[in-house]
Each structure stands twice: as C-alpha cells, then as structure tokens.
Design a protein around this ligand. Structure first.
Ligand SMILES: [Zn+2]
Length: 453
C-alpha cells in the first residue's frame, strides 16, 4: 500500500485503465499469458542491449540467442544482476535517450547495511499504483476505504495521527509500547477500519499486549501484513487475537517482484509485474526446505530495467494445484524471508525457519536471534505475562534439535527488543548470514543446507 497519491492525482485515467486490465488478465488462459510474458521479455531485453550501456556490455554477446531463451522462458544463460552491481554501476544502468521528465529515484532500506538507489520512470509508477490497488482488491478492500497503518514515521511526535489524503489512521511504530495499547484499541474501535496494514512483528507484539489486557474484541475485518516475512507463529497469534483473516504481500522498493495472497489465502505471483524465474537448482542461491532465491526481470521500468535481478529473498514454489480463486497465476508455497535471515553453522550449513523453535513457548512475547560468528547464537527473549521457566527449556531443546550440537546457544531475558532505523524488528541478525547475502552468488554458494521441521 505504497500509493504515491501524486501519481493518481495526475494520471487517474491511466491508472484506472491499467487496473481494469489487471482485473481481466488475472483470468487469462496460460497460453495467452505465456505469449504476453514473451512479448514483454522481448521488449525488455531488446531495449536493454540497445539503450542501456551496462547491458550492452554484459548481455550484448548473448543477443543472437535471445529468441531461443524467450521461446523457452529460460534466461538462465544470462548473467545475474546483484544489488552490489546496481550500486557500483548505477550510471551505466540508466537507459540512454529516455526523457528526464517524470523519473524519480527510490532507495532500498539497506538491511544489509548498504542502501541502494534505483531509477523509476512514469510507466513503472503508474503500474505500481494499479498493481498495489489490485493486491488490496483481492482481499476485499476498496479504494478509499478506511484503513489503519502501523508504519515507521520518525517525524511523527504523537502515537496516532489521521492522514486525510489516504483516509488512514497512522500509528507510528516509533511510539509502540504497552502503555499505548489502550489508545490503539479505542482509536481502532471508533475508526472502524476496513483493514489493518502492518509489519507482522509489530502487530504480533500489540496482540500479545491486548491478550494480557483482556482486549480481544476489536472486530477488525482483515489484516494485511507487509515488509517483513510473515512467520507462522506470528500469523497464529494475530489470527487468534484479531479474530479475522490475515493476508500478506511481498514487494520491494525496487519493484522486482510482487507476490500476494488472494482471498483464499494462497500466494500468487503477479505475472504482469515481472518475470519471476521458476526456482531450480541452476538459478539463484538455494536454501533450506526447497526454497530458492527469487531471480526476476522487470517489465515496466525502461529507465532502469532489472534483468535477472537477485532479490536476496527466498520463496518456496507452490504445489502446482489450481487455486479456488480461479486466477491462473503460479502459486508460491511460502515466502521464506531474506538470505540474511539465516544463521550460518561452523560447517557452512545455512539454517532458516528458526521461528519453529518458538511454537511450544506461549510465554515468549518476542524474540530475536543474534549471531556474531559461526561459533554460536544469542537468543534474546521478552517474557509475556504467562511466561514460565519451561518456555526457555522448550525453546532451547527445539533450537538444539534444529542446529545440532556444534554451536553455543545462549538464551537471555531482556525487557524489550528495539526496532531498527527502518522501524522493523528483525527476527535474525546474523553477521555471517549478511556477509553471505552480500557476496557474489558463486562465493556464497552454501556447501550444504538444512532447515527447520
Ligand atoms: Zn487464489
């Protein structure tokens, strides 16, 4: 729900037309979609080698083989593009000869410690608006409906504000504390929003506090999570306390891919947004449980197209069965998080899905795993009111079962876990994992992988 309202104000008809087209194309027969995707790949690749100096250099030698690759929808012969490449070659990645009007720069938040800039053009902005509109359309939200937004907003000095332009009640996460929960609950009841949009770690914490205060009759219609991996134990807590469906969408500031849940709760790849390569052993970096790094090629931003872009995010493909919603997109089983959300064992194993260690520990309100070296991890735990000592034993036993005997596990009880500069609270902070995520894929290829249950 990152609507740039200025785009809608200046181009309402173009956005409405794009949105109407998206409402039709979601039901296209597979052959029609394949043809459309092939046309878009052709446009992107030909434009890139003709007008973008970086791609002229790196993809030019492959140009004679483009037709065959597009025909097979298999770009795996082409080199990938990393965030590091974009940082180093930003100027060379800007297309020549495109108008300087209506272009803007977006930045990634730099979770690996190194922010990256991306140039966006008008077509990309308009398509982004229409696509996000459809994400919300799928889960029953209508443009203009009231919504609540828990989000980072460091300039806000009070815990709740109303944004009339978006008809949105904003709770800046910088003010998130137990003392404000009653204020949140009263404000939400009075506002009667159509949905709550939130970081899952934030709402999970609010739900724990609501449970402790006996506040569980909020009557919210739906929750939409974004910006962080929606972990199963957070979803379970939110569903239980909010008593409503919890939806999720995955997107990035650089607009590399869009994956979101439909009204039936299954994740779909928005295939008009970008070409997300089918996970395979040859593509991207592998990770536990069959998940693979999403490698994507953008369709709508000729000012700086991303071709075989390594998102650093891990997805597990769906089981291939059609969804009840009858949309003809590929499904995704899980969004598994970022490469840097994994810890690294001394023997080179990458370990993910560590949240499973907390399923049997209802007295844990919040947790964070910090890894400085491969020798061990520190697990920070904030107690809920119903915490008992056995909660720690269960967490330690499950972690031990998942990561083996080689690593030191240090559990520590803390009063709170502060959010980072971007307002999010990472579940895992791993120096070895971050290092691997920044390295070249060849150098970061894990020698073996292992995962949670
Ligand atoms: Zn569906």
């Amino acid at each position: 729900m990152k609507f740039r309202l200025s785009d809608y104000a200046t181009h309402p008809l173009a956005i409405k037309r794009l949105h109407d087209e998206l409402l039709k194309s979601q039901y296209w027969a597979p052959a029609q979609r394949r043809e459309w995707v092939q046309e878009r790949l052709e446009r992107t690749l030909r434009h890139a080698v003709k007008n973008v100096p970086y791609y002229r250099r790196t993809l030019g030698p492959y140009e004679s083989r483009f037709n065959e690759m597009i025909d097979r929808l298999d770009l795996s012969e082409l080199p990938t593009l990393s965030k590091q490449d974009v940082r180093v070659h930003f100027d060379e990645l800007c297309a020549e000869g495109t108008s300087n009007t209506e272009k803007n720069t977006v930045r990634t938040s730099g979770t690996t410690g190194t922010p990256t800039r991306f140039l966006m053009d008008r077509e990309s902005n308009l398509h982004q608006f229409a696509s996000m509109w459809r994400v919300l359309n799928w889960v029953g939200y209508r443009f203009g409906n009231r919504f609540v937004d828990f989000k980072a907003d460091p300039d806000k000095r009070i815990p709740a504000t109303y944004d009339a332009r978006q008809n949105c009640l904003v709770f800046p996460v910088e003010h998130l504390k137990r003392d404000n929960v009653l204020l949140y609950v009263r404000a939400i009841r009075a506002f009667r929003p159509a949905l709550i949009k939130t970081y899952p770690t934030t709402l999970n914490l609010v739900c724990h506090w609501m449970k402790e205060l006996g506040l569980d009759d909020l009557q919210v219609k739906r929750v939409v999570c974004c910006a962080e991996t929606l972990r199963d134990h957070h979803r379970a807590t939110i569903e239980k306390v909010m008593r409503c469906p919890v939806y999720d969408f995955y997107a990035q500031n650089e607009r590399a891919a869009l994956i979101s849940t439909c009204e039936w709760g299954r994740y779909h790849v928005h295939e008009e947004y970008s070409f997300v390569e089918s996970p395979s052993k040859e593509v991207g970096r592998s990770a536990p449980g069959g998940s693979m790094e999403a490698v994507t090629t953008t369709f709508h931003n000729l000012a700086m197209p991303l071709i075989r872009y390594q998102t650093g995010d891990l997805v597990t493909p769906g089981d291939g069965t059609p969804c009840e919603c009858e949309r003809t997109y590929r499904t995704v089983g899980r969004i598994d998080g970022r490469l840097q959300d994994m810890i690294v064992a001394p023997d080179g194993r990458y370990l993910a899905s560590l949240e499973h260690a907390f399923f049997d520990a209802p007295g844990v309100q919040m947790s964070q795993i910090v890894q400085e070296t491969t020798a061990g991890i520190e697990v920070k735990i904030v107690k809920a009111e119903d915490f008992v000592a056995e909660d720690l034993d269960r967490v330690e036993a499950r972690l031990r079962g998942m990561i083996g005997d080689e690593m030191v596990i240090e559990l520590s009880l803390v009063d709170s876990i502060p959010a980072g500069e971007n307002g999010k609270i990472p579940f895992v902070i791993s120096k070895p994992g971050s290092q691997a995520a920044q390295d070249d894929p060849g150098a970061a290829e894990p020698s073996s992988v292992a995962g949670g249950p």
